[in-house]
Design a protein. Structure first.
Length: 320
């Protein structure tokens, strides 16, 4: 008999947390006020002490020492837990089209892995206990997973394949630029499946260049031409007329200093810190415009990316 998981021993899973639709600060505050007033009525769903549903309810209840019901989900594989998360999210009526495609694709991938583990080989010598249950879905016979899920969600094999490609590439994008992924999933930026597949191949630095495009209120439908323009467009400048070099010959070449750039940056960073601290102390953030807020967020994300990249390089080449 399995023991009921203790509230304080529950674990957060970053993968499942990142799958969930984004919660705004206002939505979180409203949920917190509701729990403080009425208590936590919806249970937190847990499997192997991992929270599958109710991260925000859990954090609020733990913060305010409020009792919260816990519901256990028994699972043998991680893919079963992933499939449960997807099915649960697909029951939400307010789900965007982007998130619906994402959860259908993720469910298909997880369910396919589950069937492979449960029914490894299907042939004449397969014992009855290992045979897959029959599915009454005559239109889909080649793909067992699509047949099972198609019966519930009224989708064909081709749709599940497209959504699985969609989900796979969204995960790649999300790992490098959560902003771009969130805009696509929330239907704030409409892009084709081919474009999403292309975005999944880009490096973090390239996706960061595109964040301003995806955050723009005028960029509801984004074409490949828009992306290529930002990534690869080069301003052509007219060639300068050749000037005869009349400078005297250099007699001595300055000695190369390997620390020059690092030393210069080290001296510059304190001024950045002072500017950030001064802005933090003097700005009334409640009254700044939405445009200024978005622009600052974007630049801070770029700065954070540059800092982490440089830090990793320094750490890898550390002589200590």
């Amino acid at each position: 008999m399995s023991r009921k998981p203790h509230f304080d021993n529950l674990k957060l899973d970053s993968e499942y947390q990142s799958m969930k639709p984004h919660y705004s600060s206002n939505e979180y505050a409203a949920l917190e006020q509701d729990i403080l007033k009425n208590g936590c009525k919806n249970p937190i769903v847990v499997s192997c002490r991992i929270i599958l549903d109710g991260y925000k309810r859990y954090s609020i209840c733990k913060k305010h020492h409020i009792k919260c019901p816990i519901k256990s989900f028994n699972s043998s594989y991680r893919e079963e837990r992933t499939a449960w998360v997807c099915r649960n999210e697909l029951t939400r009526p307010e789900l965007s089209k982007g998130y619906r495609k994402y959860f259908l694709g993720s469910l298909y991938i997880a369910q396919k892995a589950i069937f492979r583990k449960k029914y490894p080989a299907q042939n004449q010598s397969t014992p009855n206990s290992k045979k897959r249950p029959p599915v009454e879905q005559p239109n889909v016979q080649r793909n067992y997973t699509a047949a099972v899920l198609g019966k519930k969600y009224d989708l064909c094999e081709t749709s599940f394949y497209k959504y699985s490609v969609y989900a796979t590439n969204i995960n790649k994008i999300k790992a490098k630029s959560p902003i771009v992924a969130q805009q696509i999933l929330a239907d704030k930026a409409l892009v084709s499946l081919n474009t999403i597949s292309f975005l999944g191949t880009l490096q973090s630095s390239e996706l960061l260049k595109l964040e301003s495009l995806f955050l723009s209120p005028n960029s509801l439908r984004i074409q490949m031409a828009d992306i290529e323009q930002l990534l690869y467009h080069k301003h052509q400048t007219s060639p300068k007329p050749a000037v005869k070099d009349i400078s005297p010959a250099i007699k001595q070449i300055p000695q190369y200093d390997p620390d020059a750039e690092i030393s210069s940056l080290t001296l510059t960073i304190p001024s950045w810190i002072n500017s950030i601290q001064r802005t933090t102390d003097r700005t009334d953030f409640a009254n700044i415009t939405g445009s200024a807020n978005r622009k600052l967020q974007l630049q801070l994300l770029h700065l954070q990316s540059a800092i982490l990249t440089l830090y990793d390089i320094i750490k890898e080449n550390s002589h200590e």
